[in-house]
Design a protein around this ligand. Structure first.
Ligand code: GLY
Ligand code: MN
Ligand code: MN
Length: 434
C-alpha cells in the first residue's frame, strides 16, 4: 500500500475527529506461542490501516492541527544487538522517513511525552477494551495531567470510541484495497484449482493443505485464518481445522481456505469429490447450494440491504430441502419456522477486509444496512447432513457442502473477486479427469 493512502486515511479520520480531539492507538502486542517462542507477528488491523507500520511496541498519536506535526509515532529504538537476533527496526528516523511520521519518539519515553500531547485536548479517541494493559496506561497518562490541574493543565474530559469512525472507514474499500483483495482472492482461487488437480483418494487432508501453504508463500502471502480441509463427515464440522484424516474414495472434500496479502484477507470455500466424480446424491445437494449461491450473489447490489443475499439463499436452500424430501411443508412456513436450521446453521456471509470477519455494522438505526459500492462481503451458503440428524435417509449422510466467494458491491452489480476457482460441477469433474 502506498504511503499516500495511509496519509489520506489519517487526514480523513482527523477531519472527523475535529480540532479538539486526539487519537491514540497501539500496535498489536507480540503473542507467546510456547515458552520463548512467539507466534509470527501480525499487526493490529486498525493500526496497520492508519500507519502501515509493521512493528510491535509502537503507539500512534494523531493531534489535528498540532504545529510541530499531527502524526506522531512512538516506536522502538534501533538496537544493533537486538537487530542481530530479530531483524531490522525502523527506529525513529525510519518512522519519519519511510512511514511518514511528522515526529517520532522512543517508545520508552512515552510516559514523559504522551501526557503533553493529550494536554489541552477535549476528547481522546481510542479503542477501549481491546488491550487492557494499554487502557490502563492511557488512563494513567490522562490522570497525570489531572494531577497537575492546579497548575493550569487541562486534561481531556471525554473518551470517545475510535472504533466507530475507523470501522466505518474500513468498511468502504478504496480502489487500492480492492486491488489487493482481488490479488489475494486470485492466489486463493489458483490454490483451490490446484487442490482439485492433485487430490486423489487415500491422500490426507494435510497434504492438500500443504498445496495452499506452498502457493500462498510463493506470493509472500499467508493463511488469513486456519484452513479447513475436511473430507466426508469432517466437511459437516464448520470449524474443522485438524486436517489430519485420510481422504476416502467416494467422499466429498470441503476446503475453506483463503490467502492474506499485505494484511488483506480472502475467504474461499470449494467442495468437490475426492475421486473426481459426484455421486447422484452429492450432485443433487451440490446443485442446490450452487443455485443458492448464484441467487445470493445476484442480490449483492447497491441499494439492497445486508440481509437480502441471505434471504435469497435461504429460499433456494429450503426449496431444495423440500425437493430432496428432507423437509416437508410450504417453503414460506418452513423459512418462517427456521426448519432449515439442522442443515444450514450459519449466515450466508460477513464483511471481508483486513480481518476475515471484517469490521462494520450490519444494522444501522435498527435496520439492515444498505449495500454501497466499495463494501466487500462473502457469499457462502452450504448444506450439512451429518449422520446425527434424526429421520434422514442414510443415502444423504455425511454430505457437507459449502461454496464461498468474495464479492465487492460494484456500481454495475456484483463484482466477484474470487473468480478462477471452478464451482460448476462439470468443470470440476473435467479438471479432475485431466
Ligand atoms: N473462513 C471463515 C468463514 O468462512 O467465515
Ligand atoms: Mn470461509
Ligand atoms: Mn467466510
Amino acid at each position: 500500500m502506498q504511503m499516500d493512502e495511509y496519509r489520506r486515511r489519517r487526514r480523513e479520520l482527523m477531519n472527523m475527529m475535529g480540532e479538539h480531539g486526539v487519537a491514540v492507538l497501539a500496535a498489536a502486542p507480540e503473542q507467546v506461542r510456547n515458552r520463548d517462542v512467539l507466534f509470527p507477528y501480525r499487526q493490529d488491523s486498525d493500526f496497520q490501516y492508519l500507519t502501515g507500520f509493521p512493528e510491535p511496541e509502537a503507539v500512534m498519536v494523531l493531534v489535528p492541527g498540532r504545529e510541530h506535526g499531527e502524526y506522531i509515532l512512538f516506536c522502538r529504538d534501533r538496537d544493533p544487538e537486538r537487530e542481530q537476533w530479530d531483524g531490522p527496526r525502523a527506529g525513529q528516523d525510519g518512522a519519519r522517513e519511510h512511514y511518514g511520521a511528522d515526529d517520532a519518539f522512543p517508545i520508552d519515553d512515552i510516559d514523559e511525552i504522551l501526557p503533553g500531547l493529550l494536554e489541552g485536548r477535549d476528547k481522546v479517541f481510542c479503542m477501549v477494551g481491546v488491550h487492557q494493559e494499554f487502557d490502563q496506561a492511557l488512563f494513567g497518562w490522562v490522570n497525570q495531567i489531572r494531577a497537575r490541574s492546579r497548575t493550569g493543565a487541562r486534561a481531556p474530559g471525554e473518551y470517545v470510541s475510535l472504533e466507530h469512525l475507523l470501522h466505518e472507514m474500513r468498511l468502504i474499500k478504496s480502489a487500492a484495497e480492492l486491488k489487493r483483495m482481488r490479488e489475494a482472492a486470485q492466489i486463493s482461487a489458483a490454490a483451490h484449482r490446484r487442490a482439485m488437480e492433485v487430490c486423489r483418494p487415500d491422500m490426507h487432508e494435510y497434504e492438500i493443505e500443504a498445496e495452499f501453504t506452498y502457493l500462498y508463500r510463493r506470493h509472500n502471502g499467508e493463511h488469513a485464518y486456519p484452513p479447513i480441509v475436511g473430507g466426508g463427515r469432517n466437511g459437516c464440522i464448520l470449524h474443522y481445522i485438524e486436517n489430519s484424516a485420510p481422504l476416502r474414495d467416494g467422499d466429498l472434500l470441503l476446503i475453506d481456505c483463503g490467502c492474506e496479502l499485505d494484511c488483506y484477507a480472502s475467504d474461499i470455500t470449494r467442495t468437490f469429490p475426492v475421486n473426481g466424480r459426484f455421486t447422484p446424491e452429492q450432485r443433487a445437494v451440490y446443485d442446490i447450494v450452487l443455485e443458492a449461491q448464484y441467487a445470493a450473489i445476484d442480490a449483492v447490489r447497491m441499494g439492497n440491504h445486508w440481509n437480502m443475499p441471505h434471504e435469497a439463499a435461504l429460499r433456494v436452500l429450503t426449496q431444495g430441502l423440500v425437493d430432496l424430501g428432507l423437509l416437508q411443508g410450504a417453503v414460506d412456513d418452513l423459512i418462517e419456522a427456521e426448519a432449515y436450521r439442522p442443515f444450514y446453521m450459519h449466515r450466508t456471509g460477513h464483511w471481508l477486509g483486513m480481518d476475515v470477519h471484517d469490521v462494520g455494522d450490519y444494522r444501522v438505526d435498527g435496520h439492515w444496512r444498505e449495500l454501497e459500492p466499495g463494501m466487500v462481503l462473502t457469499v457462502e451458503p452450504g448444506l450439512y447432513i451429518p449422520d446425527t440428524i434424526p429421520d434422514v435417509d442414510p443415502r444423504w449422510h455425511n454430505i457437507g457442502i459449502r461454496i464461498e466467494d468474495d464479492v465487492a458491491v460494484g456500481r454495475d452489480g456484483p463484482d466477484v473477486l474470487s473468480t478462477g476457482a471452478p464451482k460448476e460441477p462439470e468443470e470440476i469433474e473435467a479438471l479432475m479427469r485431466s
